[in-house]
Design a protein around this ligand. Structure first.
Ligand code: F6R
Length: 615
């Protein structure tokens, strides 16, 4: 969670760090801070505040007036998503050591911080904040004997938990030491600077050549120069990755919110996700990242999917694909369950970890557990070079482009498209005929068009949003391929509009939740013209009989459905297996406009963060 930026070079560190923090704000945004070391100064200059990076910038205008501070060429900054201690000025990062010689920014959780704190208190360390991170700053000071890298490594040897950290020290005005365990650190090396950040989006306006630290790595960064070692000071070398996202892809491009931009990017994102991967003639797909030949694909006899949140719901759709296209038993588990449930993994079980960010702690832990048990592990990630992608070793990238809005949108639809391609490739090594494979591949080719047709319905969706923006509770229902869509629709609405929304299998309402229905509790029914429609219509009638307004996501030209609902959101006609894509895009637009009408901070909903790197 949280965003980290560190800069050492010839430029003005404060400005560079703050602009990097703006790009990382989606990782956490309840408080922020920066520390720089002005040349010739006798102390590190720190400013911190509750609130967002804009608040930090305002404060810097008054606190950083001295030209020496503004011209400082080394510094670190942080945007926080609180885990220990409320988001206030004292708990914000950077944290200083007792003597004020060290400043650190930390992402992660120090699990044994209480024990460490007690030990340090006995050595006369006094703590200002309630955070686990401050303990690390004091511990580094305690371990320091003139060598910053060695002190950081020695402190980290005593730490249990996770960290991505960056540290500066008064005695070393030309270096940043960074390290990672369970929390990403990327490094951008330019001729006249080195930038350290928890995410490449803070780096790519300086360089697109990035190195990622692995767990256990310690980085010593100077202007344009880096040195990576293990905690035990053994040199290690890490590959250079070329990041092909550009800045315009990360900026809002005229949209008011990233989420809106990302919803509208879906035709292009989907085109990128399928580009060069469908082999229509052979009725299959070619996903080279899976690094599996037909023999290996044919060996897989079970698929176990682990994911969280929106990625989990995409995985639910994927489970149907593996069963429908490939006749392979597939299960899906919340990644947090997977890691603790001791799942049964046999020799030919394929574990598929789905994660947009590639950094979600529970999904990463599931990958590690599956590897330990000898599964064939595949990652399905969007962020290139992310930890899950690297640790899985093989898998498929979404190519959806950066997703900045906290609510996941284009990642979902691209995950669904990629899962269909994976299932078809597996299916073709078994009983999926070439004709059936071709039909699937041909339909998948049209997915960008399908997405565009839903976006063309935006005005009509706004009208529905206006009608229901004031409600306090809502339900989403669906069955078959529409069941995950009901879950995802409810998640999208609740997380950005703060309306209490629940997703249910359409048949489940009558087993309890129907008691909550009344005239101001709308039920959104995912009910395109696919098998099972008549059953869902029956469930819609049950809702209307309890006076709940029913809004149907229905197929264009479907005349049967209108009499059974109060409002319609029309999606284009498509094969059943593809219906989750248009339905979920319509749900995203609905949630977006409801939240906008309620005047909420859509890209940064309260209590959330883009990348959940804690359990
Ligand atoms: C919801 C949302 C979250 C994420 C979840 C997993 O809109 O964004 O539910 O889907 O935190 O994140 P990733 O896919 O990065 O593992």
């Amino acid at each position: 969670m949280c965003g980290i930026v560190g800069y050492v070079g010839s430029g003005k560190a404060a400005g560079i760090i703050v602009s990097g923090l703006h790009r990382l704000e989606y990782r956490g945004y309840d408080s922020a801070g920066i520390a720089v070391y002005p040349q010739g100064a006798d102390h590190l200059q720190v400013v911190k505040t509750p609130g967002k990076i804009d608040d930090l910038e305002k404060l810097m205008l008054t606190e950083f007036q001295d030209p020496a501070v503004l011209n400082a060429t080394i510094g670190i900054g942080h945007t926080r998503w609180a885990t220990h201690g409320e988001p206030n000025q004292v708990n914000a990062h950077p944290h200083m050591s007792g003597q004020g010689n060290f400043a650190i920014v930390h992402n992660g959780i120090i699990e044994n911080y209480r024990d460490l704190k007690l030990k340090l208190e006995k050595k006369d360390h006094h703590f200002r904040s309630e955070t686990d991170s401050e303990v690390l700053a004091h511990l580094i000071e305690e371990c320091y004997e003139g060598d910053l890298r060695a002190a950081v490594a020695a402190a980290l040897e005593q730490v249990e938990g996770t960290y991505g950290i960056a540290v500066i020290c008064k005695e070393h005005p030309d270096m940043i030491v960074a390290a990672r365990k369970g929390s990403p650190i990327a490094i951008g090396v330019c001729d006249d600077a080195t930038i350290v950040a928890s995410d490449v989006s803070a780096i790519i306006n300086h360089t697109n050549k990035v190195i990622f630290l692995d767990d256990g790595d310690v980085l010593l960064a100077r202007k344009g120069d880096i040195d990576i070692t293990s905690l035990k000071n053994v040199p290690v070398s890490r590959e250079l990755t070329n990041i092909d996202w550009d800045l315009t892809q990360i900026e809002k491009g005229g949209y008011e919110h990233f989420m809106h931009k990302e919803i509208h990017e879906q035709p292009e994102a989907l085109a990128n996700a399928i580009r060069g991967r469908l082999v229509v003639e052979d009725g299959t797909s070619k996903l080279s990242g899976m690094q599996m030949d037909a023999y290996e694909l044919a060996r897989i006899d079970r698929v176990l999917i682990a994911a969280c949140g929106t990625s989990f719901y995409a995985g639910m759709v994927g489970k149907y694909y593996f069963e429908d296209f490939a006749d392979i038993p597939a299960e899906i588990q919340q990644a947090a369950e997977f890691r603790y449930r001791n799942p049964i993994i046999q020799r030919d079980t394929c574990m598929l970890a789905i994660s947009q960010s590639g950094e979600t702690a529970d999904t990463l832990a599931a990958v590690r557990e599956a590897k330990r048990k000898g599964a064939i592990v595949l990652g399905l990630c969007n962020v290139v070079g992310s930890t899950i992608a690297r640790e899985a070793g093989r898998g498929v990238y979404l190519h959806a482009g950066p997703e900045i809005g906290v609510a996941s949108t284009k990642a979902f639809t691209c995950q669904v498209a990629v899962l269909a391609m994976m299932a078809v490739a597996l299916g073709r090594t078994r009983r999926l005929s070439i004709q059936a494979g071709r039909q699937i591949a041909e339909s998948l080719q049209k997915v960008p068009e399908l997405a565009q047709k839903v976006l063309d319905q935006e005005k009509a969706i706004i009208t529905v949003a206006e009608k229901y923006a004031g409600v306090q509770d809502a339900f989403f229902i669906g069955r078959g391929y529409m069941y995950p869509c009901a879950m995802e629709g409810a998640l999208k609405l609740k997380e950005i509009s703060y309306i209490h929304a629940e997703g249910y299998h359409a048949a489940e309402l009558k087993h309890g939740p129907i008691a909550l229905l009344e005239e101001n509790v709308p039920v959104f029914a995912c009910c395109p013209d696919v098998p099972g429609k008549s059953k869902t219509i029956g469930n819609m009638q049950e809702c209307r009989a309890r006076k709940a307004p029913v809004i149907a996501f229905a197929t264009e030209g479907d005349e049967e459905i209108a009499p059974h609902c109060d409002d319609l959101i029309v999606i284009p006609r498509c094969p059943e297996f593809l219906a989750p894509i248009p339905v979920v895009i319509a749900e995203q637009l609905l949630a977006y406009h409801v939240a906008r009408l309620r005047g909420l901070p859509i890209d940064q909903p309260r209590n959330l963060a883009k990348s959940v790197t804690v359990e």
